[in-house]
Design a protein around this ligand. Structure first.
Ligand code: SF4
Length: 327
């Protein structure tokens, strides 16, 4: 039987002493906490910090974000990837402004665009002290090990059980610290490989540590197979009054180079190189070829690199451009 009170006490004491000093832990502004949580989805803490600071310098208040032109928003987000996060952030900012402020109830936070169970629980508990447990990959791993639970954590029924378990363990007096402590434990001590059980504050309450099974947990179902796709991009350039321009078109707010099939009668003049780019379970291999085009393909324009009007280059276009600067 888990000593719940002892578990909470040990975890909270450890967190108070050992927590990392992160910029979003120095504020209780729900807007700033929410921005950090959205950025931290799919992106590592160390990578997020400079983006977070620049983003809040540019959009210090939710009103600034709500009013920003989309191109400027995407430029501030460029490099973080998963741009639907940025677009949803702005949609939600507009709703927050029209509601007259950040909602304070879990259901109302959860109803904002781009906010799921995890983000609503994180923002609600950290900014407003709502007693709702967070459940992310780190927390699921800690819980599966604490209970020595070998069920598949990708199965909905297991997730449901872990969600209930997280809620049972939550300190309702200190939900903000408790939730952050669980995530911090998963991120720094209860690591996916080689958990640091000897340094762990809840070692005495962990059934996997006692059974020697920590390294085998949690159990995850089969991973989706990786798909590999090859594509060829054309680098069609012209010099107009001494200025270099390439053929590109706007796709969801970003300048993209043409696919080989998009330019009829293109003449390939030189293979420039190749690079890889992964999106979800698909790994693309892009070959970049210099070409000249006899017909202007529909939807494309001449874009001046470095001074492209309004919208930023897509990550793929920037990777292609970097091939030209390699020695
Ligand atoms: S004792 Fe080990 S397995 Fe258990 S929670 Fe701590 S780090 Fe994780």
């Amino acid at each position: 039987m888990l000593d719940v009170a002892g578990f909470r006490r040990a975890l909270l004491r450890w967190y108070e002493r050992q927590k990392r000093d992160l910029p979003w832990r120095r504020t209780d502004d729900p807007y700033r906490i929410w921005v950090s949580e959205i950025m931290l989805q799919q992106t590592r803490v160390a990578a997020v910090i400079p983006y977070y600071e620049r983003f809040l310098e540019r959009f210090p208040k939710v009103e600034d974000l709500a009013e920003a032109p989309e191109a400027e928003l995407l430029r501030a987000w460029a490099g973080l990837g998963y741009y639907s996060r940025a677009r949803n952030l702005q949609k939600a900012a507009r709703e927050i402004v029209s509601q007259g402020g950040f909602p304070r109830e879990y259901e109302a936070i959860r109803a904002l665009p781009g906010i799921g169970d995890y983000t609503a629980a994180a923002v609600g508990s950290i900014a407003f002290g709502l007693p709702v447990a967070v459940l992310d990959g780190n927390v699921m791993r800690v819980l599966a090990r604490i209970d020595n639970d070998a069920a598949d954590i990708q199965a909905p029924v297991t997730r449901g059980r872990l969600r209930e378990r997280a809620q049972e363990l939550l300190s309702v007096r200190h939900p903000a610290a408790f939730n952050q402590a669980m995530m911090e434990l998963g991120a720094t001590i209860c690591l996916p490989k080689n958990p640091q059980c000897l340094l762990c504050p809840v070692n005495g309450n962990c059934r996997a540590a006692a059974a020697g099974t920590a390294n085998q947990l949690p159990v995850k179902g089969r991973k989706a197979a990786i798909q590999r796709v090859s594509r060829t991009l054309l680098w069609v350039e012209r010099v107009e009054e001494g200025v270099h321009q390439v053929l590109a078109r706007l796709v969801k707010g970003f300048w993209e180079l043409p696919d080989a099939e998009a330019v009829v009668n293109a003449e390939w003049t030189q293979r420039v190189g190749h690079f890889s780019h992964a999106i979800m379970n698909t790994v693309y291999r892009f070959e970049v070829v210099r070409a000249s085009a006899f017909l202007m393909p529909e939807g494309y324009e001449w874009v001046t690199l470095g001074r492209q009007v309004g919208s930023p280059l897509s990550t793929v276009t920037r990777k292609a451009q970097r091939l030209f600067s390699r020695p």
